[in-house]
Design a protein around this ligand. Structure first.
Ligand SMILES: C[S@@+](CC[C@H](N)C(=O)[O-])C[C@H]1O[C@@H](n2cnc3c(N)ncnc32)[C@H](O)[C@@H]1O
Length: 288
């Protein structure tokens, strides 16, 4: 084992502020002063790879760079991509219940689900497993799962469906691990018949229009925690343009629409979920 000490990254407060501002400008994510240590920790590998000693040197390169590519790498490194298989399993079970109910109410219409801020893919792949197990994917009009994230690095991992032993053990029951993953070189790789159920696409919730077409269910879990109130409101506006009338929005534990938007309100049919406001439209509540 190496005994060499890794020198701490030095960064002036103005360098930290500039990097924080870049993250907020590109992704809407704010880093509070008491979490500024994250900047140093998250950017250490990037500094090392570019032979830089300080965040100030990195900022110098960012300012000098003609393209935004370095900025993309910085933003990518700073994003919190914490996720796991079957995270908040009761919520995912309820999503599957809702999908089943909506599908049964209109079996000819293709049900569309959007996992917004899908990180490295565990959320949409968990959902795909549940929908396959419930037989929905065998129907003549199988549901479509679109999964998006701002991070190209997270998306390329999601598309590869390759997870470490640590990642696979977090939340994935052994039965499902054996059924849906192959052991490859110490990692676990999702079978093509699972990964092909999910369409992964890059999408920035704070800058892009909603993906084409309207969705019956949108999951946007643990993405907005570090958005400012104004950005959150804008993102709710965007989600409202992407949801079908009477469609459902699912947020993370501790996230709410209350006081943030008029576009969604709590629905009784599926506990903890929100319904797209459109009094003229058929309501998801009638399906419960
Ligand atoms: C904490 S993870 C949550 C992953 C998953 N939804 C879950 O709950 O397990 C948040 C994800 O949101 C993505 N994200 C952050 N800002 C975003 C933005 N402006 N547009 C799209 N995705 C964003 C991050 O890249 C990250 O993968």
């Amino acid at each position: 084992m190496s005994t060499a000490k890794i020198a701490p990254v030095m960064g002036s407060s103005s360098a930290m502020n500039m990097i924080g501002a870049l993250l907020e400008q590109r992704a809407g994510q704010q880093i509070a002063a008491n979490r500024a240590w994250r900047i140093e920790t998250a950017l250490k590998p990037l500094l090392r790879a570019r032979g830089l000693a300080t965040l100030d040197e990195l900022v110098g390169q960012l300012v000098a760079a003609r393209t935004g590519e370095l900025g993309d790498h910085v933003v990518d490194a700073l994003l919190n991509q914490e996720t796991s298989f079957f995270r908040d399993v009761a919520v995912l079970d309820t999503v599957a219940d809702a999908a089943q109910a909506l599908h049964a109410a209109n079996p000819q219409r293709k049900l569309r689900i959007w996992s917004a801020g899908c990180s490295t893919g565990q959320e949409p792949l968990s959902l795909a497993m549940l929908l396959i197990e419930r037989g929905l994917m065998d129907s003549a009009t199988p549901p479509e799962i679109v999964a998006t994230d701002i991070s190209p690095a997270a998306l390329s991992r999601a598309r590869a469906g390759r997870y470490s032993q640590f990642e696979i053990q977090r939340g994935l029951p052994v039965r499902r691990m054996i059924q849906w993953f192959d052991s490859v070189g110490g990692d676990w790789v999702a079978k093509p018949e699972l990964v092909r159920r999910v369409q992964f696409r890059q999408h920035n919730l704070t800058a892009d229009c909603a993906p084409a077409g309207r969705f019956d269910i949108i999951l946007c879990r643990n993405v907005m925690l570090y958005f400012s109130t104004a950005v959150r409101q804008r993102v709710f506006d965007l989600l409202a343009t992407g949801v079908r009338p009477g469609g459902l929005l699912v947020l993370g534990a501790g996230e709410t629409v209350i006081g943030m938007t008029e576009h969604f309100s709590p629905t009784k049919a599926f506990r903890g979920f929100y319904e797209a406001a459109d009094p003229a439209a058929p309501s998801a509540a009638v399906l419960g």
